[in-house]
Structure formats: C-alpha cells, structure tokens
Design a protein around this ligand. Sequence first.
Ligand SMILES: C[S@@+](CC[C@H](N)C(=O)[O-])C[C@H]1O[C@@H](n2cnc3c(N)ncnc32)[C@H](O)[C@@H]1O
Length: 251
Amino acid sequence: MGSHVEANRRYWDAQAEWYAQAAESNWSADPHWGLWRVPDSEIKLLPDADGADVVELGCGTGYVGGWLAARGANVVGIDNSPDQLATARSMQARFDLPFPLLWGDAEVLPFADNSFDVAISEYGAAIWCDPHRWIPEAARVLRPGGTLVFLGNAQVFMLCIPWLEVDGPVGTELQRPLRDMWRFDWEDSSGVEFHLSHGDWIDLFNKNGLVVQRLVELYAGPDSETRYEHLASLDWSTRWPCEEAWVVTKQ
Ligand SMILES: C[S@@+](CC[C@H](N)C(=O)[O-])C[C@H]1O[C@@H](n2cnc3c(N)ncnc32)[C@H](O)[C@@H]1O
C-alpha cells in the first residue's frame, strides 16, 4: 500500500475540474448536506458560527467554509489538492468572502494546540484521511468545549456499495464484512478512502477525549435530486442513509 496522501492528491487534482462545475451552486445555495442535498434547516448540522474560529479539514472547493464565513465565523480551510484550492479561491473572489486557504495535510495540521472552536469536514478528511491520524489532530487543535462535525458515507452504504462503480448503484446485499473496516482501495479508482464501524469510531473518540453528541443519518426526501445517481437511487436513499454525520465535543 502506497502513501494514501500522495495518491489522493493526484486523484483530487484530476477530479477538480468536475467538482468545479458544482462549486458556484454550492456556494450560492442555502447550506445543505450530502448526495441528496439535505437542507441544513432539517438536520441542523451547521455549527453556531458568529465569531467562532473554525477550521475546515479537506475544504475542497470551500463552500462549507464559505457558508460559515458568511455567518460571521473566522474560517481557515486546509486541503491536500492545489487544484481544488484554486476553485475555492476563485469562489471566494466571486462571492467576496476571503478567508485563509492552506495547502496541507489534515493528518499533520500546521496549527497550535487549542486553536479552534469548531473543526468541520464534509467528505474531506472525514473519508480521505486515516481516522487514526486525523481525529487526534482535530482533537489537538480544538479548544476544550470545541466541536468537531464531520460527514461521510453511512456505515450501511459502505457495507453495500459494490467494489466497481459499473456494478452500482448501492444495493441491498452486503458486499464486505463490517469487522475491521478501515481502508478502501477501490479496484477502479486511485483514490483511497477510510471508513470505520460505529463501534470503532466511538472507541477512537474516547481515546482522544471527544464526547459524542449526535450521530445524524441523512435520508433523501421524496422529491430529492442528485448528480450521483450512479451511486445511489432515490428509492434506496429514502430507506437507508447515504451519509451519516458525527457531532462530538472536546472534553
Ligand atoms: C469531496 S471533496 C470534499 C470537500 C468539499 N466539501 C467539496 O465538496 O469540495 C474531498 C477533499 O478532501 C481533500 N483531501 C484528501 N485528502 C486530504 C488530506 N490528507 N488533507 C487535506 N485534504 C484532503 C481533497 O483534496 C478534496 O478536495
């Protein structure tokens, strides 16, 4: 197994053009989450922002940081892909919402201990970094009482998604064991992902002084639309969650 950080940098630089197509609509839309754009007004994941020091871990095109900056937060974004950051910078100019964007690795954060009130990741460090490396870093840079919010694929989704994208979308049969779930090296993609079981997430939080406040499961609404139908049908996504989001606080 090679370095996942290098592999993911190459992967995300290559994906950046496709992601840039959705950047403007994400920046301009009301806050929403996941493949089916579940409104934040329904699930209330976006933390209180006014005056808060926030770091977005794996900020990509930067819209989550943009939503928080527009609500009064002091945001810093960090990402491993120069090309994703280039899109984020052009969106900052377009929406007149400048905040620092750093090129770096969320597994080795360039910040002092106790620097932030909030750490957040939507499909960033949340799935592209090794949890045994990025969770300790997120805990280190949060202040006591600070909040970590992160969203990635739901456990049931990761159990049922086929190894090959052409065999998708996600179905109702288990494709792999839950036991020891960790690193995913896809057969048809050079990107490397990480997903843990709920029990392993909770053990990791406990080890790093993080206390679970919420585990939010995201379902599609009956009229939801997505540009990711190759991954999940509307029918599946109204019965099982495509994503889950953890909200944990530092003791
Ligand atoms: C699906 S995007 C999510 C970000 C944002 N929500 C978006 O959709 O633009 C995943 C991002 O994670 C970043 N990433 C992957 N590995 C990383 C690492 N080790 N440190 C920081 N960012 C990383 C990628 O470069 C990519 O921009």
